[in-house]
Design a protein around this ligand. Structure first.
Ligand code: GTP
Ligand code: ZN
Length: 362
């Protein structure tokens, strides 16, 4: 059952000096407890406090009026006041967003300059694709790589379902790119199972578990690639901490906003943030230099571009073009440059019109 809260339930009683006008640093708020946001659902923020201690618990909070215009996302560290017991029917007040180490951003599409924040303070972006069913799309992966680069997250490409098909062409495409690629173990001819974690490769889970231990990772992937299977295997069937239950009271997260989960047997501070609402990254907010730099196999070529080069097919003396033609970006160079030009929107054909279908809470 969903409880109904009212912000007035959590108004903090004025302290003895309460009549004093609020100053910018609001001394009373120095007492705030720091929590980590694990999900946002219709204006309710779920934060974990006293992380890694016996008192670890999740607290539901609403944000203070002053923060009404500030996006707060999974991974954010926030200051909480009021009732932070985490007991049923209690509601804390979120009064501050702590400084972020980084922010994974996207725009709704490539023409919308308004950037939206997806996740804060993450270390890795794990891009999950299937070797087949559904067929992986390099356009999607390249976009995700740009978003990771622009936001300062380390990308990992995780390829599932290699038992169905060996993704050699994909490995070739990324051969010269600075990117960690993890594959599920190949080929015993299994068909994708209809339920459960059948077909999932244990070694892939173990590899991921090891790399991500102690870090905050964002998992990204289209429907059907095996992302839920992977998340379930990483977090264990029973989510011992019960944080998810705290979100909806039903043990299932119903909204499409990002949700942070703790992997089993991991160090304190290890979080995996699932992003069910995100199908792709609009990149309108990303500066051209970062688009180019994210293509680490091509980027050195741009050093020879004339100032203000558009890098289009017809751009005179484009260094990228010359670099690729000289074979310095390897066999996939031409294809990679074509992909970059799509993102730069300087390709001759219609650009990548992949539209955002995601829905994110703010
Ligand atoms: N053959 C094979 N099947 C797999 C593998 N990993 C997952 N599957 C199957 O692929 C199907 C889709 O997996 P899910 O984990 O539900 O995929 P998802 O990406 O979470 O998709 P949504 O739940 O739609 O978001 C399931 O039937 C899984 O059992 C794999 O490595 N090999
Ligand atoms: Zn150029």
């Amino acid at each position: 059952m969903r409880q109904h809260w009212d912000e007035s339930d959590v108004k903090i009683r004025p302290n003895k000096k309460g009549s004093r006008p609020r100053t910018k640093d609001r001394p009373a708020y120095k007492e705030a407890t720091i929590g980590r946001i694990i999900t946002v659902d219709r204006g309710r923020y779920t934060a974990v406090v006293d992380e890694g201690t016996a008192q670890e618990r999740s607290v539901t909070a609403v944000r203070a009026k002053e923060l009404r215009r500030s996006p707060i996302v999974a991974g954010d560290k926030v200051g909480l006041v009021g009732d932070i017991s985490g007991k049923p029917d209690t509601l804390a007040r979120l009064i501050r967003i702590e400084e972020r180490t980084n922010l994974l951003r996207r725009s709704a599409d490539d023409t919308d300059p308004v950037e939206r924040v997806v996740v804060a303070n993450a270390d890795y972006l794990v891009i999950v694709v299937a070797a087949e069913n559904p067929e992986p799309r390099t356009g999607f992966i390249d976009r995700s790589l740009v978003a990771a680069f622009d936001s300062g997250l380390k990308p990992i490409l995780c390829i599932t379902k290699t038992d169905l098909k060996h993704p050699q062409w994909l490995l070739d495409y990324y051969r010269n790119v600075d990117l960690t690629i993890l594959l599920s173990k190949a080929a015993d001819g299994r068909a994708p199972s209809e339920q459960g974690s059948e077909g999932l490769d244990v070694s892939l889970v173990e590899q991921l578990h090891t790399i991500l231990d102690g870090s905050v990772s964002v998992l990204l992937g289209h429907s059907g690639v095996g992302k839920s299977t992977l998340v379930n295997a990483l977090t264990g069937a029973e989510r011992a901490t019960g944080h998810v239950n705290a979100v909806t009271g039903r043990g299932r997260h119903t909204s499409s906003s990002a949700l942070a989960l703790q992997p089993r047997d991991s160090k304190a501070g290890t979080w995996i943030i699932d992003t069910p609402g995100i199908r792709s990254f609009g990149l309108a907010h990303v500066p051209v230099e970062n688009l180019v730099a994210a293509f680490s196999d091509l980027a050195p070529g741009a050093l020879d571009c004339p100032k203000g080069c558009t890098h289009s097919l017809t751009a005179p003396n484009c260094g990228l073009q010359a670099y690729v033609e000289a074979g310095q970006a390897g066999e996939a160079g031409a294809e990679r440059l074509e992909s970059l030009r799509k993102l730069l929107r300087v390709d001759e054909q219609e650009g990548d019109t992949e539209k955002e279908l995601g829905n994110l809470e703010h």
